[in-house]
Write a protein that binds this ligand. Structure first.
Ligand SMILES: C[S@@+](CC[C@H](N)C(=O)[O-])C[C@H]1O[C@@H](n2cnc3c(N)ncnc32)[C@H](O)[C@@H]1O
Length: 319
């Protein structure tokens, strides 16, 4: 197997040991981006677009929709909006994340978060809660209501823990989904997790796993190259396109396993049949691949450079 090794134990991914000035610069860029997002509901609409995509994929490959399905989310993140939207759509969904989410921002919740996630994540979450989360939830509630659905915030659906260490009954799930998470999990843990996932799914079940592929232009996870700002050519940046493959001068504020799209295929193959691979935006970054940059990146196939967020639709192999 051609997968890079990765013996690290899973640990919170939202804070990496990088120099303090780089950390502050990354956090400031992300804050500005989130502020800009506030004025357009696109990020919340994206949550519903994902739910619609899951519905269509389930119908296409398993002949059933979301309503009444049992599901599990790997890495629901600091804002479990996708999970709340699916629950409102009649899915019996639970999920896990390494980090404690801040749902009500009560002192007890904050203390638990401080203990488990550390000071950096706790401060970030409290600020985010006050400035962004409340508004986003209100927005999602409104959009769901327009579809005749009621959003409920149910903390019982949220498990704090490493997905690779969970015990879930065999063949109990209709689908498992995950967005922007697998690239943060060390390869050894991913091998354990993918084998477990295949066991948790019913024979007709599906895994819908969308990692952010490392060789893509956003795969280095530098805030300057987040998907929502890639096309902004007027933006002043310290780093170059595909900095993480060419110059390696800056590190993101997160752990990355650096898997390519080909490596994900190898990772999934022992336990899953890959039914489809869908790239979210296959043109993302095309304008930055000048002749000079292409020459520097010639060992990378275009398929890798233009993968970014790629949805793998997976069916468990029958024993
Ligand atoms: C970039 S965030 C994505 C969050 C969310 N899926 C979203 O789309 O907003 C990655 C999340 O994966 C979580 N994570 C990383 N490794 C994990 C693991 N082994 N088990 C559960 N969650 C994990 C992190 O704590 C983090 O919240």
């Amino acid at each position: 197997m051609n997968l890079p090794g990765g013996g690290r134990a899973p640990q919170p991914t939202s804070a990496a040991p990088i120099p303090i000035h780089e950390k502050l610069s990354e956090l400031w860029s992300i804050f500005r981006m989130r502020l800009a997002d506030l004025s357009r509901p696109a990020s919340v609409e994206g949550v519903l677009a994902d739910a619609d995509e899951y519905e269509a994929a389930l119908r296409q490959y398993s002949g059933r929709g979301l309503a009444g399905a049992t599901a599990f989310e790997i890495g629901f993140g600091a804002r479990p909006l996708r999970l709340f939207a699916l629950a409102a759509s009649g899915v019996d969904v639970t999920g896990s994340d390494l980090d404690v989410p801040l749902i009500r921002c009560s002192p007890r919740e904050f203390a638990a978060m401080l203990r488990r996630n550390g000071l950096e994540r706790a401060i970030k979450s409290a600020l985010r809660f006050a400035i962004f989360d409340v508004k986003e939830r209100r927005e999602l509630k409104k959009l769901l209501r327009a579809r005749g659905r009621e959003m409920k915030i149910e903390t019982r659906r949220l498990i704090v823990g490493d997905a690779a260490e969970l015990s879930i009954p065999e063949q109990s799930l209709d689908f498992i989904y995950s967005e922007d998470v697998f690239e943060h999990i060390p390869v050894d843990a991913l091998r354990v997790l993918t084998a477990k996932m295949a066991g948790w799914l019913k024979p007709s079940g599906l895994a819908l796993i969308r990692p952010n592929i490392f060789p893509g232009i956003v795969g280095g996870h530098l805030a300057e190259w987040f998907p929502q700002v890639v096309n902004d050519r007027s933006r002043r940046r310290r780093s170059q396109p595909w900095e993480h493959l060419r110059h390696h001068r800056f590190r993101p504020n997160t752990y990355l396993n650096e898997l390519s799209r080909a490596s994900y295929r190898e990772l999934f193959a022992p336990n899953f049949e890959i039914l489809e691979e869908r790239v979210k935006d296959p043109e993302l970054g095309r304008e930055y691949l000048t002749l000079e940059v292409a020459e520097e990146l010639k060992q990378w196939p275009h398929e890798e450079l233009f993968s970014n967020q790629t949805l793998f639709i997976l069916r468990p192999r029958q024993a």
